[in-house]
Design a protein around this ligand. Structure first.
Ligand SMILES: [Zn+2]
Length: 631
C-alpha cells in the first residue's frame, strides 16, 4: 500500500511547474541547500557556538563606529556628527556586509533568536544611518566609490551581498530594499565613471552583486550592468573567462588575490541564469587550478593573500581567503554534484576555518599557518585599528560566514535527490525533493570515529527519492547498511545513491574507513609529510611534548598503525599518538585545536623516515592529501 502511494507521489512531486519550465528553457537543474536548522553537537558545536555566543552579542554593540561612520557620511548629518574615534579604516564599510552575510547562515545553523535580533537591529540601524540616494558607505564627495584609492566599491559589494543574504535567509525586506537602493546608486555613479577608478583587485566585484539582484528581481538594468563588467572590465582585470578557456591557472591571472573569487562569482550566477556552458567550464577550470597549486595542506587558500602557484610556500594563509574559498566551492559543489568538492570544503572547514577561532572565543586569526603559531587577527593586523570598532578587521568581519557556511553544503536538495555531505553529530532539518520537511538525526562522533548513524524523521508521509550519501575520497573500505540489512560497500570518492520510499524510522549505518593517509610535501617541505585522520590534519604542537618540533622524528612503521582517540573535547578534538624514533610517545592533535595554548608552536609537516612516496597531481587520481600509507 505504502509503495503504491509512494509511486503516485513521485509522479506528482517530481514534476513541479518550475522544474518543467526550467527544463524547457534548457537551464541546468542545480541543487541548493534547503537546510533550515543544523543544530550540531559535540566538539564542533562547542567551538562554533562558543564563538557565536561570545562574539555576536557584542559585535555591533561594542563597535559603534560600524554605524557611526555611515552616519557621518550622510550629508543630512554633516557637521552634526563629530568623529569620536581614531582613523577611518581602509575597508571600514565591508565589515557590516560581511558580518550580515555571516549572521544569515549562522541563524540557519541553530535558529538562535539572539542572532536574528542582532542582524535585524543592524539592518534597522544602517537603514536609519544610510545616505541619500541609497549610498551605503563611509565617504563623502569625490571619495565615493573609489575615486581616491579607497575600498568603497568593495564595501558596496559586501554590503549588497550581505544584505541580500540576510533577506534570502531571514526574509527581512528592508535588507533587500537597501541592497537594491545601493546597487541603483552604484549603477548611476558608474554611468559617468569608469570602474577602473576603483582599486584594482576589487574593480570587478560589483558584477556578482548586480547578477544576484537580477536573479532576485528580473530587472534588466542589473543584468546589463553585470554584463558591462564582464565584457568591459574583466578583460583588463583578471580576464578569468578567457584565461580559463585557454587552460591558464588561476595564479597566472593579473588579479590572483583572494577577493577575485567574489568577482568570479559573477559567472557562477550567470551560469545559474543562462545555463551557458562556457561559464561552467571556466568555473570548473578555475576550481581545479586552485586545487592543483594554491590549496594548502590545512585546506587554506592563498599565500600572503595571493595565489602563488605553490601550496608549500610559507606566508600568511588568511581567514578571509579560506572563507571565500569555501563559499565559492559550495557553488561548484552544487553545479558539479561531485562529492569530492564536498571533501575539499570539509577539509577547509574542519582545519583552517575552525582553527581560526582563538582561545578567547571572541576573535579569529588572520593567519592559519602550516607551521608556527596561532595569533588573533587583532594582533597580526594591529595596523587596522579604530577605537570605535576595536574588534574589527576584514577577518573578524567575515568570521561568522566561515562558521555558518556549513548550512550551505551540509545537505542540498534538487528535484529528485537529497544530498548529504555533513556527518558530524547533529539534528539536520531540511526539505525533501517533494518539498516536505525532513529531519536527519546524525549520531556518532565523526570525525573522531567513522561510525555514523542516520535516522529519518519528521516526514508527514513516506516519499520516494534518491538519498545521496557522500563517500569521502579517502574512505577506502566503507560499509553501509539500511535498517540493519542490505549491506553495501559503496565506492570512495562519489555519492552512494539509495533509491527508496523513505519513511520515519528508517535507519542507516555508515562506517567510514579512517585509516591514516598522507601528503608528502614538496618544495620547502619536500622531506616532510602531513598525516590525516579522515578529514583532520594532524599537528605536532610543542605545548603537548615539551620538545621542539624539529627535534622529533618518526619512523614510518610507528605511524602506520596509529589510531585516533577522542581528545578532551575542549582543548583537543582528537589525538593520535605515535612513538618517536627515540621512544617518546608523541600526541598529534587535530589542526583546529593546535597552537591555542600559550606559546605553543606547531608544525603540520612531520619528519617521517623513510618518507612515503611523493605523488604527482592528477585530477583523475587520488588527491595529494589522501595517499594511502604503504602496507
Ligand atoms: Zn582578512
Amino acid at each position: 500500500m505504502k509503495r503504491s502511494l509512494c509511486l503516485f507521489m513521485i509522479i506528482i512531486l517530481l514534476l513541479p511547474a518550475g522544474v518543467l519550465s526550467a527544463a524547457a528553457e534548457g537551464l541546468p537543474s542545480i541543487p541548493r541547500s534547503q537546510v533550515t536548522q543544523l543544530a550540531p553537537t559535540g566538539y564542533m558545536a562547542r567551538r562554533v557556538n562558543g564563538f557565536l555566543n561570545t562574539w555576536v552579542p557584542v559585535s555591533v554593540k561594542e563597535n559603534p563606529e560600524l554605524i557611526q561612520a555611515v552616519l557621518r557620511a550622510n550629508p543630512k548629518y554633516a557637521g552634526m556628527m563629530p568623529n569620536l574615534y581614531s582613523g577611518l579604516l581602509m575597508d571600514q564599510n565591508t565589515y557590516f556586509g560581511q558580518h550580515l552575510a555571516g549572521l544569515a547562515v549562522c541563524y540557519r545553523l541553530n535558529r538562535d533568536e539572539m542572532i536574528l535580533q542582532v542582524g535585524n537591529d543592524l539592518v534597522a540601524a544602517l537603514d536609519k544611518a544610510r545616505g541619500e540616494n541609497g549610498y551605503l558607505g563611509v565617504h563623502a564627495g569625490n571619495n565615493r566609490l573609489g575615486t581616491g584609492n579607497n575600498w568603497d566599491v568593495w564595501g558596496h559589494y559586501n554590503a549588497i551581498w550581505g544584505l541580500h543574504e540576510w533577506y534570502r535567509l531571514t526574509g527581512n525586506e528592508t535588507a533587500l530594499d537597501m541592497a537594491l537602493d545601493a546597487a541603483d546608486y552604484c549603477i548611476r555613479h558608474f554611468e559617468t565613471h569608469t570602474y577602473d577608478t576603483a582599486v584594482g583587485c576589487i574593480r570587478c566585484s560589483l558584477g556578482h552583486a548586480y547578477a544576484l539582484l537580477y536573479q532576485e528581481t528580473g530587472k534588466d538594468a542589473y543584468l546589463k550592468e553585470a554584463l558591462r563588467i564582464l565584457e568591459d572590465v574583466w578583460p583588463g582585470n583578471g580576464n578569468w573567462l578567457e584565461n580559463a578557456a585557454k587552460g591558464m591557472q588561476f595564479y597566472q591571472s593579473s588579479q590572483p588575490r583572494w577577493e577575485s573569487l567574489h568577482a568570479i562569482m559573477l559567472i557562477h550566477t550567470l551560469y545559474e541564469i543562462t545555463g551557458d556552458q562556457q561559464y561552467y567550464d571556466a568555473i570548473d577550470q578555475i576550481w581545479w587550478s586552485i586545487i592543483k597549486t594554491d590549496r594548502h595542506n590545512n585546506g587554506g587558500f592563498t599565500t600572503k593573500e595571493i595565489a602563488v602557484g605553490n601550496p608549500y610556500r610559507s606566508g600568511a594563509i588568511e581567514t578571509c581567503a579560506n572563507i571565500a574559498w569555501m563559499v565559492s566551492s559550495t557553488d561548484y559543489l552544487r553545479y558539479s554534484r561531485d562529492s569530492y568538492v564536498a571533501d575539499e570544503i570539509e577539509l577547509t572547514y574542519y582545519n583552517a576555518v575552525l582553527g581560526a577561532i582563538t582561545e578567547n572565543m571572541r576573535h579569529v586569526t588572520y593567519d592559519n599557518p602550516m607551521e608556527g603559531q596561532i595569533l588573533p587577527s587583532q594582533t597580526s593586523l594591529a595596523w587596522i585599528y579604530n577605537t570605535g570598532c576595536p574588534d574589527y578587521n576584514c577577518c573578524q568581519g567575515y568570521a561568522c560566514r566561515g562558521m555558518g557556511q556549513v548550512v550551505e553544503w551540509a545537505s542540498m536538495t534538487d528535484e529528485g535527490a537529497l544530498y548529504l555531505n555533513f556527518y558530524g553529530p547533529c539534528t539536520l532539518q531540511t526539505k525533501t525533493p517533494g518539498g516536505q520537511e525532513i529531519t536527519l538525526r546524525i549520531t556518532g562522533d565523526y570525525p573522531v570515529s567513522g561510525d555514523i548513524g542516520i535516522e529519518i524523521d519528521g516526514l508527514q508521509q513516506p516519499e520516494a527519492f534518491d538519498l545521496m550519501l557522500r563517500i569521502p575520497v579517502w574512505s577506502d573500505q566503507t560499509a553501509l547498511s539500511l535498517n540493519g540489512a542490505a549491506d553495501l560497500q559503496p565506492a570512495a570518492g562519489q555519492y552512494s545513491a539509495l533509491e527508496k520510499c523513505w519513511e520515519n524510522g528508517d535507519q542507516l549505518s555508515l562506517n567510514l574507513d579512517m585509516s591514516l593517509h598522507y601528503w608528502r610535501g614538496g618544495s620547502t617541505f619536500r622531506k616532510r609529510t602531513s598525516l590525516y585522520w579522515g578529514p583532520i590534519l594532524l599537528t605536532q604542537d610543542e605545548y603537548y611534548t615539551d620538545l621542539p618540533t624539529d627535534e622529533v622524528n618518526f619512523t614510518l612503521d610507528a605511524v602506520k598503525n596509529a589510531a585516533a582517540r577522542p581528545g578532551d573535547g575542549v582543548q583537543q578534538w582528537l589525538i593520535v599518538e605515535a612513538e618517536s624514533d627515540e621512544g617518546a610517545l608523541i600526541p598529534l592533535i587535530d589542526y583546529a585545536s593546535a597552537g591555542k595554548q600559550e606559546n605553543s608552536h606547531f608544525t603540520t609537516w612531520l619528519r617521517i623516515s623513510p618518507a612515503p612516496e611523493a605523488a604527482a597531481f592528477s585530477r583523475e587520481g587520488m588527491p595529494l592529501w589522501a595517499q594511502a600509507l604503504p602496507e
